[in-house]
Write a protein that binds this ligand. Structure first.
Ligand code: DGJ
Length: 694
């Protein structure tokens, strides 16, 4: 990794690539992102003469272009100055260069606006972190109406394929590929969290494939309203703007105040597989909260699917006993334990333990769980209130609302106005008390509805609520973590609505979907694995609807063992044989979980193309690997064999390969180049291959 400057050309060298930009009189221009070159060979770009048909800015590659002048395409920044002027002119002012970071400072001198563009490098990595810091150096207010994190320019003039997802609740991360021939493709959230629909990232490739073709990616670390806008201009060039959504966005910068945009992690990879491996490793090293980043996540039991709201001491202990017997290490009691919470209609906001369900308080349950050798975790939904609650009775003004409008009661609840310091304090205090008074080691932080009627009576600029809310959530989690250092936090929002690198900079893991059907889950998990760290993906084994689709325990475990294995089935209803199966697979998982959670991922075969999923995880030393083969719900191969070719192994090593059905010894080279022939004749068959280097 290296930074360099030659005249007004700036270069950042990652492990394998180079990013070059040039400062001209009227801005900062993009010069290169790709293979390494000599910095002396680059020339500064200066804007040429323009005419009324061709705005030069239409086809100039810029790094952070403001709204104004002849800028007619998507811009990164829009300001409104005190005198009503909405035209921003950024000129290059200065730079700061360190070995791992370049800061380019741009100024609108007339209005006292300064914009610092930050580019940061990381040891042994191809990722560059980018963000902007916008500062008001004048004595008047400046209103930001857009403040993106970065502009991304892709090389060449060919049309790129843009990869993202077209998800929904229960169907998160359904991968899509769209060729961007002309115009704009835009992905966004307007719901207050990242939501279930799109990934806050740009993934662009000319010919997307797992192992070949340059893939350019930029991943936004933000949980909230975001926008990724990729456009192809008339000359064939593709660029994108990524960051906070400008939908209903505004930020008043008072004199001396600065605004830092969320980070975007940008990189290049050879194929989608390499992109995932790079981002997985990078996130563990540089994004996840430090405390647990390198720890294997415990096998968790969660009560939601077994007991719903119907939780009590005896029932939870009954489940906990079984959970301990099969090898779970952490028992999480989900929704329903507090105040009047018997359904989703009441109780949110009143976080005292239900006297009816837990007349002796939580202590006997937690002690019981601890005596079984497990840690205890608990569910909360701190940002919400049910109108049927003491909190709402006492503080009806603590929600986002307009006095003149009837609120939309999605899931019978309202969103608390977290931009109010007193609301933040209430949440911090109740969680601090809960964690201080009880031996709780895990918080599942849920968030079950999008924002609506977004009125605030406390903010001068009401449109600031969107990002202020997200920052308040992050601050509360950070504060709690400072004091309760041994508590892990899971982010959940009706399943995967809060799955992004923003939450994963503060929470230790995520719940990627409420859909625990193992067949659907294979696609959801593959989509998740594109950019996000495997160890953070909680994956429950649950009961299946036997009439709709009977799925074996073996298959269910083969799916959930591809992330952070968890169990959500009603263990009190399982047969002895089924419980023995659970125990067997949990034991196996503990032997391979470090490889799954920290190894390199290979999506080798997928259902759409191969009628089988074959996915591998190889540890960094290539001494252990685990591969999961799962046929789909409709795979009838009958007389057809399938050849499984393994990836990621050491070609020169010999591996002992073991699965439930076979045991053999082969060289890495054979397994990679020839592979093994197997007949999977039935739908929903699975096989877990564990490879140990000799
Ligand atoms: C939605 C979550 O995604 C579920 O896992 C569960 O915690 C429920 N909320 C509880 O209300």
């Amino acid at each position: 990794m290296k930074t360099q400057r030659h005249e007004n050309i700036f270069s950042l060298e990652t492990q394998n690539y180079q990013y070059v930009l040039g400062a001209g009189k009227s801005g900062v221009y993009h010069l290169h992102w790709g293979g390494k070159c000599r910095i002396e060979d680059f020339e500064t770009c200066e804007l040429s003469e323009q005419n009324s048909n061709h705005s030069v800015l239409d086809f100039t590659k810029t790094e952070y272009v403001p709204f104004g002048g002849t800028m007619y395409r998507e811009y990164a920044l829009k300001c409104v100055f005190d005198d009503g002027c909405r035209d921003t002119v950024l000129e290059y002012d200065n730079c700061n260069i360190k070995t791992d970071c370049i800061e380019i400072i741009l100024k609108d001198r007339k209005y006292g606006l300064s914009v610092s563009l930050i580019y940061k490098l990381f040891e042994n990595s191809d990722i560059i972190e980018r963000y902007a810091v916008i500062k008001n150096e004048s004595d008047k207010n400046i209103v930001l109406e857009k403040a993106a994190s970065a502009e991304i320019n892709l090389p060449g003039e060919r049309a790129y394929t843009i990869i993202n997802s077209n998800g929904s609740w229960g169907g998160e991360f359904r991968k899509t590929e769209q060729k961007l021939e002309s115009g704009t493709i835009s992905y966004e959230s307007r719901k207050g969290t990242t939501a279930h629909h799109h990934i806050p990232a740009l993934i662009a490739a000319e010919n997307p494939a797992e192992d070949t073709g340059a893939v350019y990616f930029a991943v936004l670390a933000w949980d909230g309203n975001f926008k990724v806008s990729a456009a192809r201009d008339f000359s064939g060039k593709t660029s994108a703007v990524i960051g906070l959504n400008d939908f209903d966005f505004s930020k008043t910068l008072e004199s001396g105040e600065e605004f830092r945009t969320p980070s975007v992690y940008c990189g290049i990879a050879n194929g989608l597989g390499e992109m995932s491996r790079k981002m997985n490793e990078f996130a563990v090293k540089n994004v996840l909260p430090k405390r647990f980043a390198y720890e294997n996540l415990p096998v968790l039991y969660n009560s939601w699917e077994a007991t719903g709201f119907n939780v009590n001491e005896a029932g939870q202990l009954k489940l906990a006993k079984k959970a301990a017997e099969i090898g779970c290490e952490l028992f999480v009691m989900d929704d329903g334990w507090f105040s009047s919470r018997v359904s989703d209609k009441s109780g949110l906001g009143d976080w005292d333990v239900s006297k009816i369900k837990f007349p002796r308080g939580l202590k006997p349950l937690i002690d019981g769980v601890n005596a079984l050798g497990m840690d205890f975790g608990i569910w909360v939904e701190p940002e919400m209130v049910n109108p049927i609650s003491e909190l709402y009775k006492n503080h009806p003004d603590w929600t986002y609302n307009y006095k003149t409008r009837k609120p939309n009661l999605l899931r019978n609840q309202l969103v608390l106005n977290l931009t109010k310091p007193e609301v933040q304090k209430y949440i911090l205090d109740f969680l601090d008390k809960l964690l201080s008074e009880n031996n709780i080691k895990y918080i599942k932080w849920d968030m079950n509805r999008p924002f609506s009627e977004i009125g605030t009576d406390n903010l001068k600029n009401g449109k600031e609520l969107w990002y202020r809310h997200t920052r308040a959530v992050f601050n509360i989690v950070d504060e709690l973590k400072k004091k309760h250092t041994d508590v892990q936090f899971e982010a959940c929002a009706s399943g995967g609505g809060r799955t992004d690198l923003g939450s994963l900079s503060h929470f230790d893991m995520v719940w990627p979907s409420d859909n625990t059907d193992p067949v659907d889950r294979l696609d959801i998990q593959q989509g998740y694995s594109l950019l996000y760290p495997i160890k953070c993906m909680r994956a429950w084994v649950t009961d299946t609807n036997k009439e709709a689709r009977p799925v074996s325990m073996a298959f269910r475990f083969a799916v959930s063992m591809q992330g952070s294995l968890s169990v959500g089935a009603d263990l009190t209803k399982l047969t002895k044989a089924e419980l023995a199966d659970c125990k067997k697979y949990i034991e196996l998982y503990k032997k391979i979980r470090h490889t799954v959670q920290f190894g390199d991922l290979y999506r080798i075969m997928n259902y759409a193309e191969d009628k089988i999923y074959f996915t591998g995880y190889v540890n960094k030393e290539k001494t252990q690997a685990v591969y999961f083969a799962c046929t789909g719900a409709n795979s009838f191969f009958n007389d057809r064999d399938v050849t499984l070719r393994f990836k990621g192994l050491d070609e020169n090593a010999v591996y002992n390969v073991k699965s439930e059905y076979r045991k053999f010894r082969k060289s890495g080279a054979y397994l990679i180049n020839r592979g093994i022939d197997i007949s999977y004749c039935k739908p929903l068959e699975s096989e877990i291959f564990v490879l140990e280097k000799e």
